[in-house]
Design a protein around this ligand. Structure first.
Ligand code: B12
Ligand code: SF4
Length: 492
């Protein structure tokens, strides 16, 4: 890939295309390559806000295309602008390459980046010579205004929630846009994506849906408090019931996967949503994210209603098995809440993902050991519980990352370095080789003891359980055998 840095030096901005007021406009939106086949809801939400009687929106998802760049270029001929959604890490590289190709093809085309990375690095993203505008935070209203200004040939000066390149190439940061009630936006238009293709790629008829944005909490490892200012906005249950029923009639999905950061924010809202599903007799299951303290505060009756309405699985972030570490990362959850949630989910036969994070800056061996111990105890409670363990990465926009920077840790300094900053198989500098080995072996034996169902794994399951119980991972011959029979997949 051509160096992003060298391209930055050739920076030149062309004025946006001038269009007549009555012409129907085409907008092209791009979702970079990534792992998993979650539907590109970021683009669907932004695009749904544009009046369909005035705009033709084309969403191109790199995950669905053999040659995404050619596909985008073919759509650009008469487009008003190109919008790209950008997460931190590898998606930046794809977004940068695509944007450079688009600009070369249509030098007059305004290119807008939105999403989590440009929300935190609005000015820095403009170092890429092809990027003209970046959007910070919620994108619906900001993008609509950008589009209207492009049609009018007006400057983006004062357009809240975005940063843009001025004619002299200097970035201009506009004031932030006040977060708007999610309810006030148009319903999400799933006609903009090929829903059946996602079902096929996921291997199940599972619809992704977002019912709220933001979060009231303050976890020090999460960027949400920075991007959404601890605000939360959700769609009303009645509207959700109507929307989801009509989506079900069209797509006949059997599972609904809520992508909300904190779906269970208000217990009365969750109860009303469950009532909607029950009264409409929707034959679906659903999954969502829930904090352990939210489960603790929720009455058993409401939880029972959730189960009755199809609740299949929740994701409950534990993060650490050490209360001291939980307090340091401002999780505002007690370990008792975690076990309370586990007992309740077990009682109602609801599956749980309990993710952990190890390797926070300065984390002690005892704290890591406490996390492994809690992961072990939760894993033993139900075959429907799993406890994935991730390593802390200094994602931008978080308090812990800021503390690490203050203590001398250097973050990537440009887009190219941020493109290499990814979660796959990587740890931060706070995890020693020894700690890494311990955690990886724990993960291997826990997986083997809980889910090792292949013929050659079965005899090893008891040994794996014995090892987990005693935390004895020396001479991992089972791991060597496993790697020999079924070599780990290399991520390309
Ligand atoms: C689905 C999802 C994914 C999917 C990606 C889907 C895709 N687009 O390809 C997958 C599973 C691949 C994924 C992976 C990861 N994810 Co993820 N993911 C999510 C999740 C749960 C939902 C995203 C979504 O659809 N949101 C709904 C839409 C409506 O909200 P939105 O994306 O914020 O979009 C709004 C604005 O950002 C803006 N906007 C967004 N795009 C655009 C584009 C334009 C042109 C404009 C104008 C505006 C705009 O407007 C939108 C509407 O208001 C979010 C949490 C969340 N609820 O947002 C985390 C989240 C985005 N993921 C996150 C993380 C940390 C990860 C992982 C590192 C997790 C891990 N440890 O494995 C990986 C790695 C990502 C990578 N580098 O490849 C972080 C953010 C990281 C970051 N700085 O970029 C989030 C916020 C979770 C969190 N709180 O930590 N993820
Ligand atoms: S980790 Fe979850 S609960 Fe904590 S601030 Fe982020 S979104 Fe909110």
């Amino acid at each position: 890939m051509e160096s992003i840095r060298s391209m930055a030096s050739q920076l030149a901005v062309s004025p946006p295309l001038q269009h007549t007021a009555t012409q129907r406009r085409k907008i092209v939106l791009y979702n970079p390559k990534s792992v998993f086949f979650t539907m590109p809801l970021s683009l669907v939400t932004v695009a749904s806000q544009l009046d369909p009687s005035r705009f033709d929106v084309v969403i191109i998802d790199a995950r669905l295309e053999k040659d995404p760049v050619s596909r985008v270029l073919a759509e650009l001929k008469d487009a008003l602008c190109l919008g790209v959604t950008v997460l931190t890490g590898a998606p930046i590289r794809d977004a940068a390459t695509l944007s450079a190709a688009a600009k070369e093809h249509r030098p007059d085309l305004p290119i807008v980046w939105g999403g989590w990375h440009p929300s935190m690095f609005g000015v820095e993203c403009l170092e890429h010579p092809a990027v003209d505008v970046t959007v910070q935070g919620q994108g619906e209203a900001t993008f609509s205004e950008i589009v209207e200004r492009l049609i009018a040939g007006a400057s983006l000066e004062g357009c809240a929630g975005c940063t843009f390149r001025q004619p002299d190439n200097k970035p201009r940061l506009n004031p932030p846009r006040e977060m708007q009630g999610f309810q006030s936006f148009r319903p999400h238009n799933y006609d903009l994506i090929d829903v059946e293709r996602y079902f096929k790629l996921k291997g199940r008829r599972q619809l992704d849906y977002i019912s709220s944005q933001g979060c009231h909490f303050r976890c020090a490892f999460c960027a949400d408090p920075f991007v959404y200012n601890r605000r939360w906005e959700g769609i009303d249950p009645a509207r959700m019931g109507e929307e989801i029923e009509s989506l079900w009639k069209r797509f006949q999905f059997d599972d609904l996967n809520f992508q909300d950061e904190t779906f269970f924010t208000y217990s009365n809202r969750v109860e009303a949503i469950a009532d909607e599903f029950i009264s409409r007799k929707l034959p679906i299951t659903w999954a969502a994210t829930m904090r352990a303290d939210q489960c603790f505060r929720m009455t058993e009756d409401v939880f029972a209603k959730c189960k009755q309405s199809g609740l299949r699985r929740v994701l409950v972030g534990v993060e650490s098995g050490s209360q001291e570490m939980m307090d340091r990362i401002k999780k505002d959850i007690k370990l008792e809440h975690v076990f309370f949630a586990a007992e309740r989910c077990k009682k109602f036969d609801v599956a749980v993902h309990f993710p952990f994070i190890v390797g926070f800056p300065g984390e002690t061996d005892e704290s890591v050991a406490a996390s492994l111990d809690v992961a072990k105890r939760l894993g033993e409670m139900s075959p429907k519980f799993d406890t994935p363990i991730f390593y802390f990465r200094a994602y931008p926009g978080t308090e812990i990352t800021q503390e690490a920077v203050n203590a001398g840790f250097s973050l990537p300094c440009d887009l190219e370095e941020w493109s290499d900053f990814d979660f796959v198989d990587s740890t931060g500098p706070w995890v020693s080789a020894e700690k890494y080995r311990l955690v990886e072996r724990f993960k291997f034996y826990q997986r083997l003891s809980q889910r090792g169902s292949r013929w050659w794994q079965r005899p090893f399951r008891r040994i794996a359980r014995w090892r987990i119980n005693r935390c004895m991972f020396a001479w991992p011959v089972e791991k060597a055998v496993s790697n020999w029979i079924s070599p780990p997949v290399e991520l390309g």
